[in-house]
Design a binder for this molecule. Structure first.
Ligand code: SOE
Length: 367
């Protein structure tokens, strides 16, 4: 179920996308699904913007300054290399635009602070696509934990594994801190994992310790100064202990986010590559809960746009996120929308992971 913003007097929300890679394609599809329009796109050059706009069916290619200044654009999507996120999002807010900024929201906590403050000051919606919150079975897990069905939180066994940076030739702007920020793997995907842990458990990470590994020192002539792998231990508010393994060099793991939560009554396990399922482990028996609107909790049911047995996936989760962004612009307060405050939280945790790795110590995480 999506909120039809045209019924709320806001009219059709018109988006402009900064960036032309994979995420630009995903954002465009989600905007259209939400009833919005992508009217403009900008990349690093007008010629490439024209090519990408044509391929995505976007009516106009503009320069980034022209797009940001365009009075016909309501919502700006920042889908550019990490190190440019903060400045572009701040410029969009200054122009009175709502903003969806790809993670990491900013490469430093200080810049993330500026963005949270600017969005609040200008009264615009600022959202970060922690879209795994929008898988219906993640909402089922959250509903069970918050209702006490899992019992007291004891421990967590989580990971986010990919393999697309495995080869030396897989280098791109992400391998260097000048364009990616000081963290790569953890900022890119560890941020999703920490957001999901706190979202599903309803608890904050209180302290952590981390080790990071950089496999290549050099890729294709570029010095690599960002990590490929991070191993993190966390302690939650309840005292529960968790292990997180984040790697972009795990052969065969394409986008394997796994969240396993051990409660005193039941274990819940969600695997992003099997998003229709939630495994419920018990001392006497276990079960595999399959997505079904007929038996869903309220917060999960509202995200279910397909009947049971018709698999919903990654783009559906992104669509659910974007529908909530449009609803928020229309004045609603959708449950679980990840905002710039959540993006700042991720920037803080990422910074502390690097600090812990460099000092080989446990570090307190501010609430
Ligand atoms: C690449 O690691 C990536 O596209 C991330 O940037 C996304 O946030 C994640 O959802 C999928 O993988």
């Amino acid at each position: 179920m999506t909120t039809d913003v045209t019924d709320t007097g806001v009219g059709t929300i018109r988006s402009g996308i900064l960036g032309g890679g994979f995420m630009a394609r995903v954002h465009r599809a989600a905007v259209r699904n939400a009833g919005g329009e992508v009217t403009s796109l900008a990349t690093s050059s007008l010629s490439s913007a024209e090519r990408v706009a044509r391929s995505l069916g976007v009516e106009r290619a503009q320069s980034a300054p022209d797009l940001l200044a365009d009075p016909g654009i309501d919502l700006v999507h920042v889908c550019t290399p990490n190190a440019t996120h903060a400045q572009l999002a701040l410029a969009a807010i200054a122009a009175g635009k709502h903003v969806v900024c790809e993670k990491p929201l900013a490469t430093t906590p200080a810049d993330a602070d500026l963005l949270v403050e600017a969005a609040a000051r200008e009264g615009v919606v600022g959202a970060v696509p922690f879209v795994y919150r929008y898988h219906p079975m993640v909402r089922e897990a959250r509903a069970r934990v918050l209702a006490g069905q899992a019992g007291a939180l004891l421990s967590l066994d989580c990971g986010y594994l990919q393999d697309w940076m495995l080869h030396e030739s897989d280098d791109d702007w992400r391998v260097q801190s000048a364009t990616a920020g000081d963290s790569r793997a953890f900022a890119d995907i560890g941020s999703h994992l920490c957001d999901l842990i706190e979202f599903v458990t309803g608890e904050r990470i209180m302290r952590l310790t981390a080790r990071t590994r950089r496999v290549f020192q050099d890729r294709g002539g570029n010095t690599v100064d960002t990590e490929d792998i991070a191993a993190v231990l966390v302690e939650m508010e309840s005292g529960a202990l968790g292990s997180l393994l984040v790697s972009q060099m795990a052969p065969g793991r394409k986008n394997a986010l796994t969240l396993e939560i051990h409660g005193s009554r039941e274990t819940l396990r969600f695997e992003q590559e099997r998003p229709e399922e939630l495994w419920l482990g018990g001392r006497e028996s276990s079960a595999l809960l399959l997505r079904d609107p007929a038996t869903a909790s309220a917060d999960s049911a509202r995200l279910q746009t397909l009947p049971a047995g018709h698999a919903m996936g990654y783009q559906d989760a992104f669509n659910g996120f974007m529908a909530d962004v449009h609803a928020a612009i229309a004045g609603a307060e959708p449950e679980g929308l990840p905002t710039f405050a959540d993006g700042r939280r991720a920037a803080i945790i990422t910074d502390l992971v690097l600090q812990s790795a460099s000092t080989n110590s446990w570090i307190e995480v501010p609430v």
